[in-house]
Structure formats: structure tokens, C-alpha cells
Design a protein around this ligand. Structure first.
Ligand code: ZN
Length: 168
């Protein structure tokens, strides 16, 4: 959970109480930082027939390739957000295939909303990404954590057996 040092309302200090939440020390204010989970959309991008696009973020270890993810804009529907994120990060146009499910990502206090999308166009990565690979559905190995589980569930729903590789 993200911890803040100061109250966003009155700028007094926050203190962590036994209920697990940070409370503003100013008794006139009563602000409580609940740290509600943040929704994030994730795209399982099907590009070509039965192959998935996995992308490498510039900040990640060399061997990590994963789904395209992103935050929602103010008031934005997740289906619109996932299509927008795919366009922004890969230049691909896409349409929603199906909603895969909700997944928790506890360390980041996020709720992942995972979609399968069918995409087309020329792949051009934005500055957040520096590489990608196209992997046939039958050859994908997934990873622990929310987006990896989403990909595993999607592939299993298509009849594939999927091996999950632990982080090392
Ligand atoms: Zn306050």
C-alpha cells in the first residue's frame, strides 16, 4: 500500500493507526487515507492468427516480456482505456475480443482488468517500451502475478496447456 507523509486536505501529518489506515493528526480534519486499489487495464494482444504480442518495458529486467497495461483517464470506461493504451504503446488498432477477468496486484495495490483484444496495423513502440515478441499461443509461458494469471486463463480457455515460470 502506498503511504503518504502528509494529509492531502490540510497538510498536517498522517499517522498509521491500529486499523491499518493513515489518519490525519488534525482533529478538525479527520481525513483517512484508505488507499483504495487503483484500477489498471491490461491487454492480451492477439496479433495475426493465434499469436500474442508481449512487450518489454525499458525499466524491466532483460528477460521480462508482458502485457500492455495502463491507467484509466478520468471518467474513462475500461474498454475504451485498453484500446487507447494499445494504440499509444504499440500504434496498433484493436477491437475487444472478450473480458478475461479481474486480478489483484497486491504489491502495487492495483486491480487489473484484463481484456483479450484483436489488433492490426504496424507495430511502433512508444518510449516506454524497447522491444516486443510475437509468441504463438501454444508456446507462451506465463509468469506469477496478475497479468500472468490473466494470460494463462485466456490461453487455457482456448484449449492450450500453459506452463507458469516463477520469477528468479
Ligand atoms: Zn488533514
Amino acid at each position: 500500500m502506498f503511504l503518504y507523509n502528509f494529509c492531502p486536505t490540510c497538510k498536517s501529518e498522517l499517522e498509521l493507526l491500529d486499523d491499518g489506515y493513515q489518519h490525519c493528526v488534525n482533529t478538525e480534519c479527520n481525513y483517512i487515507h484508505y488507499g483504495n486499489p487503483i484500477p489498471v487495464v491490461a491487454a492480451i494482444i492477439e496479433y495475426g492468427e493465434e499469436q500474442v504480442l508481449l512487450a518489454h518495458n525499458v525499466a524491466w529486467p532483460e528477460k521480462w516480456y508482458a502485457l500492455i497495461t495502463g491507467f484509466l483517464e478520468k471518467g474513462e470506461h475500461p474498454e475504451y482505456a485498453v484500446v487507447r493504451e494499445v494504440k499509444e504503446e504499440t500504434n496498433l488498432d484493436c477491437e475487444i475480443g472478450s473480458f478475461i477477468g479481474h486480478y489483484t496486484f497486491r504489491r502495487m495495490n492495483q486491480i487489473i482488468l484484463a481484456y483479450h483484444v484483436k489488433a492490426w496495423g504496424d507495430i511502433q513502440l512508444n518510449e516506454e517500451l524497447d522491444d516486443y515478441k510475437l509468441v504463438p499461443f501454444g508456446k507462451v509461458k506465463t509468469w506469477p502475478g496478475g497479468t500472468g494469471k490473466a494470460l494463462k486463463h485466456f490461453l487455457e480457455s482456448k484449449g492450450y496447456e500453459v506452463e507458469e515460470i516463477p520469477f528468479n
